[in-house]
Design a protein around this ligand. Structure first.
Ligand SMILES: *Cc1c(COP(=O)(O)O)cnc(C)c1O
Length: 495
């Protein structure tokens, strides 16, 4: 009742699986499936119910090929796939933070697919400096003398302190020791540089006199960290960047600011509480400022360092700058995103993060109404669905540790399924080939339309007008078999 392995291996569909996933993985998967079927057959024999169970056991070659295909897909098929973001969190770290606009992604792809003038001076025909155009753009946009880009902002902090404060001390306020999520703490990254963090002040209050008292012979850097993902409110006091730069000038100490999510345009113009603008930090006198490329800037993952040329030269020369450098995809995409900022009005339209962030609530409401209407219309054509579709006001978030207190007015399409729970609907939507992610609120599934791309409206309307999505029959999901964990404890113990 079960086909043999050599029969299976001659099957056309299975041969295709071997081509895609390799012989070893495909054969192993087939053997696992067959072992499970035989085990079940054995059990039925013991229970003397073989006759009755025979139909449970019988497998055609086609069935086994299908099962193997599904399993191999789960194990080795694409793991990073596009999803519909209905969570309302614009910079969702789990979803890759900033989605790039078409132009920026296009330029990144072209650079990735071809040879590109990444480090080649086309005028002289000699090796040139990587990202000189990016540097020129950053200088224009921030007013800094020099700039450099690395892998991400954590890398930027590590590199800055390695180049400027190794073996010495960096003074930082106790109110600014940030954990950025995923259990990563900025102080740990800083100490990796070989600089000693000299904490000063208290959690809620730090005065200029605290910084002054902390400065000694060993002080190499005065560090200010933007407390991007939290605010200390109430009985608080902190030192402004201007004051700290004054102290830096008097004592001859370099002032570094980690802005986290640095922005290049003033967002308060668009009714959003302002996040600090990079050019303001430069004009306030900071020697070095660093920020993320894929937070509010809306670009590819990168850490951007701007500031005075003498310090940037040291940073660029440091061996870690080679270890942390960006690749040609990122370099080309970043160049394009920065080009958009030359015209801020254009940037707000062309950079998806800024477009979503500044979109008026009324426009989002129109999208929500249109989608809800489309779902109801399609559902009616198909004799209805067991769910209620409404729209409702909700709040979106910037995410990525930016604008933590900002509740951005938005609208959601709410789906209240009748046959199944909202949590079950949420699970099903996550397991689709093109997954749809949203929030649960009072047993309804909410799709915040601020972060949903207009091009997905038809897909969503088709999906939510389909009875299948709401049927109460259980749909087994493909589960990963736990891969065998190889122990390398002996080697690890030596570390
Ligand atoms: C997010 C953040 C970082 C880390 O930036 P990545 O680009 O994620 O490496 C560092 N410092 C602050 C203050 C941040 O908010």
């Amino acid at each position: 009742m079960i086909p043999k392995v050599d029969v299976l291996l001659r099957d056309e569909n299975i041969r295709r699986l071997i081509q895609t996933y390799g012989r070893e993985a495909a054969v192993e998967t087939l053997q696992e499936i067959l072992a499970r079927v035989r085990e079940e057959a054995g059990r039925l024999t013991e229970e003397k119910s073989m006759e009755a169970g025979a139909e449970k056991i019988r497998r055609s070659t086609a069935q086994i090929a299908k099962e193997a295909g599904a399993r191999l897909q789960v194990l080795f098929g694409p793991g990073i796939i596009p999803v519909v973001n209905g969570t309302g969190t614009i910079l969702h770290t789990g979803l890759g933070r900033a989605p790039l606009g078409e132009k920026a992604a296009g330029r990144g792809c072209v650079a990735a697919q071809t040879y590109a003038s990444l480090e080649y001076d086309l005028k002289t025909g000699e090796r040139g400096e990587r990202c000189f155009r990016t540097e020129r753009l950053l200088c224009r946009l921030t007013g800094a003398e020099a700039a450099f880009a690395v892998n991400n902002n954590a890398a930027a902090v590590l590199l800055i302190l390695s180049a400027l404060a190794k073996g010495g001390e960096a003074v930082v306020s106790r109110g600014e020791l940030v954990e950025i999520g995923g259990k990563f703490r900025i102080p740990d990254v800083m100490e990796l540089s070989g600089a000693k963090l000299r904490e000063t002040g208290t959690t809620n209050r730090t005065r200029l006199s605290d910084y002054e008292a902390a400065v000694n012979e060993e002080t190499k850097v005065l560090l200010k960290v933007h407390t991007s993902n939290y605010r200390i409110v109430g009985f608080t006091e902190s030192v402004s960047l201007e004051e700290l730069c004054g102290l830096g000038r008097r004592k001859g100490i370099c002032v570094v600011q980690d802005l986290g999510s640095g922005v290049l345009v003033d967002l308060s113009k668009y009714g959003l509480l302002s996040e600090p603008v990079v050019s303001k930090s430069i004009s306030a006198g900071a020697d070095i400022v660093c920020f993320s490329g894929d937070k509010l800037l809306g670009g590819p993952q990168a850490g951007i360092i701007v500031g005075r040329k003498c310090f940037l030269d040291r940073i660029k020369r440091h061996p870690l700058s080679r270890a942390l450098r960006i690749d040609k995809f990122t370099a080309a995409a970043l160049e394009q995103v920065l080009t958009e900022y030359l015209n801020p009005g254009q940037a707000v339209k062309n950079i998806p993060v800024l477009r979503m962030l500044t979109r008026p609530a009324d426009a989002v409401k129109e999208d929500a109404e249109a989608l809800a209407e489309k779902i109801r219309y399609k559902a009616d054509q198909k004799n209805g669905i067991p769910a209620q579709i409404t729209i409702e006001a909700c709040t979106s978030r910037a995410g990525g540790g930016a604008l933590p207190q900002e509740e951005i007015e938005s609208f959601a399409v709410c789906i209240r399924p009748e046959g199944i729970s909202a949590a079950e609907l949420q699970r099903r939507l996550r397991e689709l080939p093109y997954p749809v992610l949203g929030r649960i609120c009072r047993d309804r599934f909410l799709l915040d339309m601020r972060t949903v791309d207009a091009k997905d409206a038809d897909y969503l309307a088709e999906l939510f007008s389909d009875k299948e999505q709401f049927s109460s029959g259980s749909r087994a999901a493909g589960r990963k078999t736990a891969g065998e964990e190889k122990s390398c404890r002996k080697k690890e113990n030596r570390l």
